[in-house]
Design a protein around this ligand. Structure first.
Ligand SMILES: [Zn+2]
Length: 365
Protein backbone atom coordinates (compact mmCIF):
# COMPACT_ATOMS: atom_id res chain seq x y z
CA UNK A 1 0.00 0.00 0.00
CA UNK A 2 1.27 3.44 -0.94
CA UNK A 3 0.20 6.53 0.95
CA UNK A 4 0.55 9.84 -0.83
CA UNK A 5 -0.33 13.44 -0.07
CA UNK A 6 -2.52 15.70 -2.21
CA UNK A 7 0.36 16.59 -4.54
CA UNK A 8 1.34 12.97 -5.07
CA UNK A 9 4.41 12.95 -2.80
CA UNK A 10 4.97 9.50 -1.31
CA UNK A 11 4.45 9.53 2.45
CA UNK A 12 4.94 5.84 3.06
CA UNK A 13 5.01 2.38 1.51
CA UNK A 14 3.34 -0.16 3.79
CA UNK A 15 2.41 -3.80 3.96
CA UNK A 16 -0.88 -3.39 5.83
CA UNK A 17 -2.03 -6.24 7.99
CA UNK A 18 -5.72 -5.47 8.03
CA UNK A 19 -7.02 -3.41 5.13
CA UNK A 20 -10.59 -3.36 6.48
CA UNK A 21 -9.67 -0.93 9.21
CA UNK A 22 -8.19 1.64 6.88
CA UNK A 23 -9.98 4.79 5.80
CA UNK A 24 -9.70 6.51 2.41
CA UNK A 25 -8.12 3.57 0.65
CA UNK A 26 -8.61 2.94 -3.06
CA UNK A 27 -8.17 -0.63 -4.25
CA UNK A 28 -6.77 -1.66 -7.62
CA UNK A 29 -6.40 -5.06 -9.20
CA UNK A 30 -2.97 -5.29 -10.83
CA UNK A 31 0.50 -4.00 -10.02
CA UNK A 32 1.06 -0.43 -8.89
CA UNK A 33 4.23 0.93 -10.45
CA UNK A 34 5.85 4.37 -10.38
CA UNK A 35 5.46 6.55 -13.48
CA UNK A 36 7.63 5.20 -16.31
CA UNK A 37 10.54 6.90 -18.03
CA UNK A 38 10.66 6.75 -21.81
CA UNK A 39 14.42 7.21 -22.04
CA UNK A 40 14.57 7.69 -25.80
CA UNK A 41 11.97 9.25 -28.03
CA UNK A 42 11.75 11.98 -30.66
CA UNK A 43 8.41 13.68 -29.99
CA UNK A 44 9.11 16.11 -32.86
CA UNK A 45 8.79 13.22 -35.37
CA UNK A 46 5.31 12.16 -34.17
CA UNK A 47 3.75 13.33 -37.45
CA UNK A 48 5.66 10.58 -39.33
CA UNK A 49 3.55 7.74 -37.91
CA UNK A 50 3.11 5.09 -40.61
CA UNK A 51 4.85 7.19 -43.28
CA UNK A 52 8.15 5.29 -43.65
CA UNK A 53 7.71 1.64 -44.69
CA UNK A 54 8.87 -1.10 -42.33
CA UNK A 55 11.93 -3.23 -43.04
CA UNK A 56 13.76 -0.79 -45.33
CA UNK A 57 17.03 -1.15 -43.45
CA UNK A 58 19.00 1.71 -42.03
CA UNK A 59 19.75 3.50 -45.31
CA UNK A 60 16.08 3.16 -46.37
CA UNK A 61 14.96 4.70 -43.09
CA UNK A 62 17.36 7.65 -43.38
CA UNK A 63 16.12 8.23 -46.94
CA UNK A 64 12.49 8.06 -45.78
CA UNK A 65 13.19 10.73 -43.18
CA UNK A 66 14.86 13.04 -45.70
CA UNK A 67 12.07 12.69 -48.26
CA UNK A 68 9.13 13.16 -45.90
CA UNK A 69 10.29 15.76 -43.43
CA UNK A 70 9.11 18.76 -45.42
CA UNK A 71 5.75 17.35 -46.54
CA UNK A 72 3.75 18.34 -43.45
CA UNK A 73 2.37 21.66 -42.23
CA UNK A 74 3.36 23.28 -38.94
CA UNK A 75 -0.19 22.60 -37.68
CA UNK A 76 -0.01 18.88 -38.44
CA UNK A 77 3.36 18.65 -36.75
CA UNK A 78 2.21 20.50 -33.62
CA UNK A 79 -1.00 18.52 -33.33
CA UNK A 80 0.89 15.21 -33.49
CA UNK A 81 3.33 16.33 -30.77
CA UNK A 82 0.51 17.55 -28.54
CA UNK A 83 -1.58 14.41 -28.91
CA UNK A 84 1.29 12.00 -28.30
CA UNK A 85 2.65 13.83 -25.26
CA UNK A 86 -0.85 13.69 -23.70
CA UNK A 87 -1.21 10.04 -24.64
CA UNK A 88 2.11 9.12 -23.03
CA UNK A 89 1.11 10.89 -19.82
CA UNK A 90 -2.26 9.09 -19.68
CA UNK A 91 -0.51 5.76 -20.27
CA UNK A 92 1.72 6.36 -17.25
CA UNK A 93 4.92 7.89 -18.62
CA UNK A 94 6.34 10.40 -16.14
CA UNK A 95 9.46 11.56 -17.93
CA UNK A 96 11.03 11.50 -21.38
CA UNK A 97 14.53 11.71 -22.78
CA UNK A 98 13.53 13.58 -25.93
CA UNK A 99 15.75 14.16 -28.96
CA UNK A 100 15.37 17.53 -30.70
CA UNK A 101 16.60 18.98 -33.95
CA UNK A 102 14.55 22.15 -33.58
CA UNK A 103 12.24 23.92 -31.15
CA UNK A 104 8.88 22.42 -32.25
CA UNK A 105 8.36 20.42 -29.03
CA UNK A 106 9.22 23.17 -26.56
CA UNK A 107 5.71 24.71 -26.18
CA UNK A 108 4.16 21.27 -25.52
CA UNK A 109 6.90 20.21 -23.09
CA UNK A 110 6.60 23.52 -21.24
CA UNK A 111 2.88 23.08 -20.54
CA UNK A 112 2.78 19.26 -20.26
CA UNK A 113 2.94 17.55 -16.84
CA UNK A 114 5.64 15.27 -18.33
CA UNK A 115 9.15 15.87 -17.03
CA UNK A 116 11.52 16.08 -19.97
CA UNK A 117 15.17 16.25 -20.81
CA UNK A 118 15.71 17.63 -24.32
CA UNK A 119 18.78 16.39 -26.17
CA UNK A 120 19.64 18.80 -28.97
CA UNK A 121 21.39 16.78 -31.63
CA UNK A 122 24.57 17.74 -33.31
CA UNK A 123 25.08 16.37 -36.84
CA UNK A 124 27.55 17.10 -39.58
CA UNK A 125 30.36 15.38 -41.39
CA UNK A 126 31.22 18.37 -43.53
CA UNK A 127 29.76 21.00 -41.21
CA UNK A 128 31.87 23.47 -39.35
CA UNK A 129 31.42 25.13 -36.01
CA UNK A 130 28.27 26.96 -37.19
CA UNK A 131 26.25 23.75 -36.79
CA UNK A 132 27.43 23.59 -33.21
CA UNK A 133 26.44 27.20 -32.64
CA UNK A 134 22.99 26.48 -34.06
CA UNK A 135 22.52 23.55 -31.66
CA UNK A 136 23.69 25.68 -28.77
CA UNK A 137 21.10 28.35 -29.65
CA UNK A 138 18.32 25.75 -29.64
CA UNK A 139 19.52 24.50 -26.26
CA UNK A 140 19.51 28.03 -24.87
CA UNK A 141 15.96 28.52 -26.14
CA UNK A 142 14.89 25.33 -24.29
CA UNK A 143 16.58 26.42 -21.09
CA UNK A 144 14.98 29.85 -21.46
CA UNK A 145 11.58 28.12 -21.63
CA UNK A 146 12.35 26.39 -18.32
CA UNK A 147 13.28 23.01 -19.83
CA UNK A 148 16.24 20.79 -19.06
CA UNK A 149 18.42 20.46 -22.15
CA UNK A 150 21.87 19.42 -23.38
CA UNK A 151 23.62 19.49 -26.74
CA UNK A 152 24.65 15.95 -27.66
CA UNK A 153 26.40 14.20 -30.55
CA UNK A 154 23.83 12.36 -32.71
CA UNK A 155 26.03 9.28 -33.23
CA UNK A 156 29.63 8.18 -33.71
CA UNK A 157 29.18 8.02 -37.50
CA UNK A 158 27.53 11.36 -38.22
CA UNK A 159 29.93 13.95 -36.85
CA UNK A 160 33.40 15.04 -37.79
CA UNK A 161 36.07 15.26 -35.12
CA UNK A 162 35.61 18.95 -34.40
CA UNK A 163 31.83 18.57 -34.01
CA UNK A 164 32.03 15.49 -31.79
CA UNK A 165 34.54 17.16 -29.48
CA UNK A 166 32.27 20.20 -29.21
CA UNK A 167 29.27 17.98 -28.45
CA UNK A 168 30.87 16.24 -25.48
CA UNK A 169 33.09 19.04 -24.32
CA UNK A 170 31.21 21.22 -21.87
CA UNK A 171 32.04 20.14 -18.40
CA UNK A 172 28.69 20.33 -16.68
CA UNK A 173 27.24 17.08 -15.46
CA UNK A 174 24.13 16.95 -17.63
CA UNK A 175 23.62 13.72 -19.59
CA UNK A 176 24.47 13.01 -23.22
CA UNK A 177 22.40 10.73 -25.46
CA UNK A 178 24.18 9.08 -28.39
CA UNK A 179 22.63 6.71 -30.95
CA UNK A 180 25.00 3.76 -30.70
CA UNK A 181 25.68 0.61 -32.74
CA UNK A 182 22.20 0.58 -34.25
CA UNK A 183 23.13 -1.06 -37.56
CA UNK A 184 26.05 -3.13 -38.94
CA UNK A 185 27.04 -0.22 -41.20
CA UNK A 186 28.24 1.82 -38.23
CA UNK A 187 30.93 -0.66 -37.17
CA UNK A 188 31.83 -1.36 -40.80
CA UNK A 189 32.39 2.36 -41.43
CA UNK A 190 35.28 2.30 -38.95
CA UNK A 191 36.68 -0.64 -40.96
CA UNK A 192 36.39 1.35 -44.22
CA UNK A 193 33.72 -0.86 -45.74
CA UNK A 194 29.98 -1.50 -45.87
CA UNK A 195 26.73 0.22 -46.71
CA UNK A 196 27.39 3.45 -44.81
CA UNK A 197 30.90 3.82 -46.21
CA UNK A 198 29.55 3.53 -49.80
CA UNK A 199 26.77 6.03 -49.10
CA UNK A 200 29.22 8.57 -47.61
CA UNK A 201 31.68 8.17 -50.46
CA UNK A 202 28.92 8.68 -53.05
CA UNK A 203 27.62 11.74 -51.25
CA UNK A 204 31.08 13.24 -50.78
CA UNK A 205 30.93 13.20 -46.97
CA UNK A 206 34.17 13.48 -45.05
CA UNK A 207 35.07 10.42 -42.99
CA UNK A 208 38.49 11.54 -41.82
CA UNK A 209 37.76 10.43 -38.24
CA UNK A 210 37.58 6.73 -39.11
CA UNK A 211 41.36 6.12 -39.24
CA UNK A 212 41.63 7.55 -35.71
CA UNK A 213 39.49 4.84 -34.09
CA UNK A 214 38.98 1.13 -34.64
CA UNK A 215 35.33 1.07 -33.60
CA UNK A 216 32.38 3.20 -32.46
CA UNK A 217 33.08 2.21 -28.84
CA UNK A 218 36.68 3.36 -29.14
CA UNK A 219 35.56 6.77 -30.39
CA UNK A 220 33.13 7.19 -27.49
CA UNK A 221 35.70 6.15 -24.89
CA UNK A 222 38.39 8.36 -26.41
CA UNK A 223 36.25 11.51 -26.57
CA UNK A 224 33.56 11.40 -23.87
CA UNK A 225 34.89 12.17 -20.38
CA UNK A 226 34.31 9.23 -18.00
CA UNK A 227 32.69 11.61 -15.51
CA UNK A 228 29.88 12.44 -17.90
CA UNK A 229 26.53 10.63 -17.73
CA UNK A 230 25.83 9.10 -21.11
CA UNK A 231 22.86 7.24 -22.59
CA UNK A 232 23.91 4.90 -25.39
CA UNK A 233 20.83 4.23 -27.44
CA UNK A 234 19.96 1.05 -29.40
CA UNK A 235 23.05 -1.17 -28.91
CA UNK A 236 21.63 -3.62 -31.45
CA UNK A 237 25.10 -4.71 -32.59
CA UNK A 238 26.91 -4.46 -29.24
CA UNK A 239 28.94 -7.43 -27.96
CA UNK A 240 30.82 -8.35 -24.81
CA UNK A 241 34.02 -6.52 -25.86
CA UNK A 242 32.24 -3.19 -26.28
CA UNK A 243 30.24 -3.60 -23.08
CA UNK A 244 33.46 -4.29 -21.11
CA UNK A 245 35.31 -1.32 -22.60
CA UNK A 246 32.41 1.06 -21.94
CA UNK A 247 31.81 -0.25 -18.42
CA UNK A 248 35.51 0.13 -17.56
CA UNK A 249 35.55 3.70 -18.81
CA UNK A 250 32.23 5.04 -17.52
CA UNK A 251 31.44 2.84 -14.53
CA UNK A 252 27.99 3.78 -13.27
CA UNK A 253 27.72 6.78 -15.60
CA UNK A 254 26.67 4.78 -18.66
CA UNK A 255 23.13 3.60 -19.39
CA UNK A 256 22.29 1.23 -22.23
CA UNK A 257 18.93 2.28 -23.65
CA UNK A 258 17.03 -0.33 -25.65
CA UNK A 259 14.31 0.40 -28.23
CA UNK A 260 13.51 -3.10 -29.53
CA UNK A 261 10.40 -2.26 -31.54
CA UNK A 262 12.24 0.45 -33.48
CA UNK A 263 15.05 -2.01 -34.28
CA UNK A 264 12.51 -4.52 -35.48
CA UNK A 265 10.85 -1.83 -37.61
CA UNK A 266 14.03 -0.64 -39.30
CA UNK A 267 16.47 -3.55 -39.46
CA UNK A 268 14.55 -6.57 -38.14
CA UNK A 269 17.22 -7.12 -35.49
CA UNK A 270 16.96 -7.30 -31.70
CA UNK A 271 19.32 -5.84 -29.06
CA UNK A 272 21.21 -8.33 -26.81
CA UNK A 273 19.14 -7.71 -23.68
CA UNK A 274 20.25 -10.92 -21.91
CA UNK A 275 23.92 -10.08 -22.43
CA UNK A 276 23.49 -6.60 -20.94
CA UNK A 277 21.59 -8.08 -18.05
CA UNK A 278 24.39 -10.57 -17.34
CA UNK A 279 26.86 -7.68 -17.26
CA UNK A 280 24.78 -5.98 -14.55
CA UNK A 281 24.91 -2.62 -16.31
CA UNK A 282 22.10 -0.08 -16.09
CA UNK A 283 19.46 -0.63 -18.76
CA UNK A 284 16.64 1.75 -19.67
CA UNK A 285 13.93 1.53 -22.32
CA UNK A 286 12.72 3.92 -25.00
CA UNK A 287 10.16 3.80 -27.76
CA UNK A 288 12.17 5.83 -30.27
CA UNK A 289 9.89 7.90 -32.54
CA UNK A 290 6.67 7.20 -34.40
CA UNK A 291 8.72 7.31 -37.61
CA UNK A 292 9.95 3.82 -36.65
CA UNK A 293 7.37 2.53 -34.20
CA UNK A 294 3.63 1.89 -34.14
CA UNK A 295 3.08 3.58 -30.79
CA UNK A 296 4.91 5.31 -27.95
CA UNK A 297 3.66 2.69 -25.47
CA UNK A 298 6.29 1.65 -22.94
CA UNK A 299 4.40 -1.48 -21.92
CA UNK A 300 4.25 -2.66 -25.54
CA UNK A 301 8.01 -2.12 -25.67
CA UNK A 302 8.47 -4.30 -22.58
CA UNK A 303 6.37 -7.11 -24.09
CA UNK A 304 9.05 -7.74 -26.71
CA UNK A 305 11.73 -8.75 -24.18
CA UNK A 306 10.47 -12.31 -23.79
CA UNK A 307 12.05 -14.22 -20.93
CA UNK A 308 13.45 -11.36 -18.86
CA UNK A 309 11.80 -11.34 -15.40
CA UNK A 310 8.99 -8.80 -15.07
CA UNK A 311 10.47 -7.23 -11.95
CA UNK A 312 13.64 -6.42 -13.86
CA UNK A 313 11.76 -5.08 -16.89
CA UNK A 314 9.77 -2.76 -14.67
CA UNK A 315 12.99 -1.51 -13.10
CA UNK A 316 14.41 -0.75 -16.57
CA UNK A 317 11.24 1.17 -17.46
CA UNK A 318 11.18 3.23 -14.24
CA UNK A 319 14.26 3.75 -12.05
CA UNK A 320 16.66 2.78 -14.87
CA UNK A 321 15.49 5.68 -17.02
CA UNK A 322 15.19 8.05 -14.05
CA UNK A 323 18.83 7.43 -13.07
CA UNK A 324 19.98 7.76 -16.67
CA UNK A 325 18.43 11.23 -16.88
CA UNK A 326 19.51 12.27 -13.37
CA UNK A 327 15.90 12.36 -12.13
CA UNK A 328 16.22 9.64 -9.48
CA UNK A 329 15.80 12.02 -6.52
CA UNK A 330 12.17 12.68 -7.40
CA UNK A 331 11.09 10.00 -9.88
CA UNK A 332 11.43 6.31 -10.71
CA UNK A 333 10.51 4.51 -7.47
CA UNK A 334 8.12 4.55 -4.52
CA UNK A 335 10.24 6.08 -1.78
CA UNK A 336 9.33 8.60 0.90
CA UNK A 337 9.54 12.15 -0.39
CA UNK A 338 9.59 11.29 -4.11
CA UNK A 339 6.78 12.30 -6.46
CA UNK A 340 7.01 9.55 -9.06
CA UNK A 341 3.36 9.27 -10.18
CA UNK A 342 1.30 6.13 -9.64
CA UNK A 343 0.44 3.84 -12.54
CA UNK A 344 -1.67 0.69 -12.67
CA UNK A 345 -0.34 -2.24 -14.68
CA UNK A 346 -3.10 -4.67 -15.67
CA UNK A 347 -3.03 -7.84 -17.71
CA UNK A 348 -0.33 -9.71 -15.79
CA UNK A 349 -0.17 -13.51 -15.86
CA UNK A 350 0.09 -14.05 -12.10
CA UNK A 351 1.21 -17.68 -12.24
CA UNK A 352 4.19 -16.84 -14.47
CA UNK A 353 4.53 -13.24 -13.25
CA UNK A 354 4.79 -12.14 -16.87
CA UNK A 355 3.05 -9.66 -19.15
CA UNK A 356 0.21 -11.04 -21.26
CA UNK A 357 -0.26 -9.68 -24.80
CA UNK A 358 -3.19 -7.67 -23.41
CA UNK A 359 -1.17 -6.02 -20.62
CA UNK A 360 -1.67 -2.27 -20.38
CA UNK A 361 -0.96 0.65 -18.10
CA UNK A 362 -2.99 3.65 -17.03
CA UNK A 363 -2.23 6.58 -14.80
CA UNK A 364 -3.85 6.70 -11.35
CA UNK A 365 -1.94 9.72 -9.99
ZN1 LIG B 1 16.46 7.82 -31.97
Amino acid sequence: MITIDREGTVIDVLAPTDLNFLQQVEFYNGILIPGMVNAHTHLELSYLKGVIPEGGGFAGFAKGLRENRSRFSRDEIEHAIDYNAARMWADGVQAVGDICNGNSTFPVKTRSPLTSHSFVELFGLNAGIREAERAEMIREEAVGAGLRATVTPHATYSLNEEGFRFGVGDDDNSPLSIHFMESPGETELFEDRGEMKRWYDDAGFRTDFTPLYNSPAERVVALVPSTRKVLLVHNTMIGQDEISVLKDHFGDNVTFVLCPRSNRYITGMAPPAELLRKNKVRVAVGTDSLASNHSLSMIDELKTFGSIPLEELLRWATIGGAEALGLQDTLGSFEKGKRPGVVLLEGVDWSELALTPEAETRRIV
